[in-house]
Design a protein around this ligand. Structure first.
Ligand code: PMP
Ligand code: GLN
Length: 382
């Protein structure tokens, strides 16, 4: 009855766990979104844009001032020169940037390498494009990958490698050495690199985020994807972007124009304004998240769930304290009986069963919510 391409497409675990959390009135440390809004001055900028009449369609590639300030920002942070006219496309969140990019690059039968645990959209986008996902596991305890395991996955049908840095759900931050190896491999086999960097400004312990833009400075084969959702704590605004050389950008824009055509106009003006304030805003933002990361880690070590300290993103993985139940059973039990929702990460794995022994916890929450959620977790009897 429905299109074949829907085979293998499942309901997102994030929606499922948030619905369960709401049904059982559990503290929601599952789906990744802050339980607070971004700064008031940004909300005012959105309001002002609407009052100033910025309410009609924006150009499909996005408003110029937003593309320009992203280009200026990345020159400063990643020393990469990006042409705002032909190399940046504003999309409906990183989700649409990923979808438009994968649809623009992948033919039925093409293989795409992803690192597991993977962000679920990569898998579904590849399937929707008719592609074949191939997996390289990020192994505990540091969630590193074995270079040999990556090489083994490359075949004549491989078209692209997708990375997520900083990484959801493990909090891994890719090292320069790892990124250079991925770039070398892509060069050698003529592959695209899709680099999802939505947590680009969320690293801890003074660790520096290295973008694919630092490595592939001439944008030979990389597509860098990011979003305003995490950086400005406004995940519901859904404003993202894809950066790539003009040829690749042109292909992405071809899909984008028939997916959303263009993205909400006042939000683009607000985000452009937000970027002008980045120098003042980022230190506070980073300090607040460092505090949340330290708080959740120090609280989790007092529970039976052993945490793996994250160096980026706003997620933390914990080992579950029993071998008798898997992550899905425990995540349900915790939500229903202990009133704390998490994400069972086995859905982000295909090769390894490491996910069955862990849970993902989101700490983009006020200290009060974090403490309340972890107090509930402490009551867990294995
Ligand atoms: N990539 C990753 C790794 C994410 O965690 C998320 C959402 N949390 C997205 C993409 C989607 O971003 P957006 O909300 O901007 O579509
Ligand atoms: N990216 C968010 C997470 O990892 C969820 C986004 C979504 O629900 N699609 O939890």
């Amino acid at each position: 009855m429905f299109a074949n391409r829907l085979r293998g497409i499942e309901d997102s675990i994030f929606g499922l766990m948030s619905a369960l959390a709401a049904e059982y009135k559990a503290v929601n440390l599952g789906q990744g979104f802050p339980d607070f809004s971004g700064p008031d001055w940004l909300i005012e900028a959105f309001n002002k844009a609407m009052k100033d009449g910025k309410n009609q369609y924006a150009p499909p590639q996005g408003i110029h001032s937003l593309r320009k300030i992203i280009s200026d920002t990345y020159l400063k942070f990643y020393e990469c020169r990006i042409d705002p006219e032909n190399e940046i496309t504003i999309t409906a969140g990183a989700t649409e940037a990923l979808f438009s990019t994968i649809l623009a690059l992948i033919n039925p039968g093409d293989e795409v390498i992803i690192f597991e645990p993977f962000y679920d959209a990569y898998y579904s986008d590849i399937i929707l494009a008719g592609g074949i996902p191939k997996f390289v596991t990020l192994h505990k305890p540091n969630f590193d990958f074995d270079f040999e395991e990556l090489i083994i996955q490359v075949t004549p049908r491989t078209k692209a490698i997708i990375i997520n840095n900083p990484h959801n759900p493990t909090g891994k931050v890719y090292s320069k050495n790892e990124l250079e190896f991925i770039f070398e491999t892509a060069n050698k086999h003529n592959l695209y690199i899709v680099s999802d960097e939505v947590y680009e400004f969320l690293t801890y312990d003074n660790l520096k985020h290295i973008s694919i833009l630092n490595i592939d400075k001439h944008l030979t084969r990389s597509i860098m994807i990011s979003s305003a959702g995490k950086t400005f704590s406004m995940t519901g605004w859904k404003i993202g972007w894809a950066i790539a050389n003009p040829k690749i950008s042109d292909a992405i824009r071809k899909v984008h124009q028939w997916t959303t055509f263009t993205v909400n106009t006042p939000g683009q003006h607000a985000v452009a304004f937000g970027f002008t304030k980045l120098d003042e805003y980022l230190p506070i933002f980073k300090e607040e998240y460092q505090y949340r990361r330290d708080l959740i880690y120090s609280e989790l070590v007092k529970t039976k769930f052993t945490p793996h300290k994250p160096f980026g993103s706003y997620f933390i993985m914990v080992d579950i304290p029993t071998l008798e139940k898997d992550d899905i059973e425990i995540a349900k039990e915790l939500t229903v009986d202990y009133k704390v929702a998490t994400i069972p990460p086995s859905v982000f794995y295909r090769n390894s069963d490491e996910g069955k022994k862990m849970l993902r916890i989101c700490f983009a929450k006020t200290p009060r919510t974090i403490i309340e959620g972890i107090e509930n977790l402490k009551k867990y009897k294995a």
